[in-house]
Design a protein around this ligand. Structure first.
Ligand SMILES: Nc1ncnc2c1ncn2[C@@H]1O[C@H](COP(=O)(O)OP(=O)(O)OP(=O)(O)O)[C@@H](O)[C@H]1O
Length: 277
């Protein structure tokens, strides 16, 4: 893999003639992780849908290594850009291994079905993500965190150069959120370029190289996480006071971590113990 560049230029997209996403430009190189933040309804999923070709661009372009991405060529696009949707429950109780194999469907010959090696690949991807034990379980009967890993394995069946992950940590407990973010880092180390959305600005500091905060009425800008995830940007986007703090953590490889703290007005609430006294 290695050494590819995705470039979005002045992308616009929306629904029924109304642009939701305007003038989105960024570059993403192999091995980079871009975190897309922004309030509910601002257009994160819409941007994903347009970059994945589910809805048309009304202006602008998407290229990889300077060549326009042709979404009509499904096979070629599938190996270029993979997609991990939000965790959902499918209508049928498929076995986990089959859900992963289905990820190879755009590569498959429609008459003969998935190639034999797809079955082995599905096994090794589940192992790689640490969930080999789920292989014969029923997808509807596993937890949200386990489902997320299965959906990542399914997307990786295409061996995509770039991966778009829509809220990969939603509905996950604290531990599983971190396990998924650790997998995002591992994918990037293996050369995959990742774009992920999150509702937690801390996630950008935890595992991303670049960030963008989509905010109504503000231009879209991608830059380093430190440049983008600032108190001013978060306050304007989310409408709450926020402190961005760096704290010393000797156990951390960098010795310091940065975290975003929402400033709730806790002083106005009496402490329960005071009220009791
Ligand atoms: N199929 C659709 N038809 C028309 N409008 C839509 C459609 N899907 C989304 N929208 C509108 O587009 C805007 C952006 O929605 P989108 O789902 O992209 O936001 P989001 O940033 O992903 O939100 P969230 O964080 O809540 O998932 C919203 O105003 C939404 O109502």
């Amino acid at each position: 893999m290695g050494g590819m560049r995705m470039e979005a230029r002045e992308v616009r997209a929306g629904y029924r003639g109304r642009d939701v996403v305007r003038d989105v430009s960024f570059t993403l190189d192999s091995g980079e992780v871009l975190c897309l933040l922004g309030p509910n309804g601002v257009g994160k999923t819409t941007l994903f849908k347009s970059l994945l070709g589910f809805i048309p661009l009304t202006a602008g372009s998407l290229t990889v290594d300077g060549r326009p991405v042709n979404h009509r060529d499904r096979k070629a696009t599938a190996s270029l850009i993979g997609y991990v949707p939000q965790v959902h429950e499918p209508p049928f109780p498929f076995v986990v291994h089959d859900v992963v194999v289905m990820g190879s469907i755009s590569r498959a010959d429609p008459l003969s079905g998935p190639p034999r090696r797809a079955f082995e690949e599905a096994d090794s991807l589940l192992e790689l993500l640490g969930v080999g034990y789920l292989r014969d379980r029923v997808y509807t009967e596993i937890s949200g965190g386990e489902r997320q890993m299965v959906l990542i394995a399914r997307a990786l069946m295409q061996n995509p150069s770039f991966l778009m992950m829509d809220e990969p940590t939603s509905n996950l407990d604290f531990g599983n959120q971190m396990r998924v973010l650790a997998q995002v880092c591992a994918l990037a180390r293996r050369g995959v370029g990742v774009i992920m959305t999150s509702h937690f600005p801390d996630h950008a500091f935890l595992c991303c190289d670049k960030a963008a905060v989509m905010s109504r009425g503000e231009p879209f800008r991608v830059a380093s996480v430190d440049e983008i995830v600032t108190e001013g940007t978060l306050e304007r986007a989310y409408g709450i006071p926020v402190k961005v703090a760096s704290i010393d953590v000797p156990e951390h490889p960098d010795g310091r971590v940065t975290t975003c703290v929402p400033l709730l007005k806790t002083k106005e609430r009496p402490c329960p113990c005071e009220a009791a006294g």
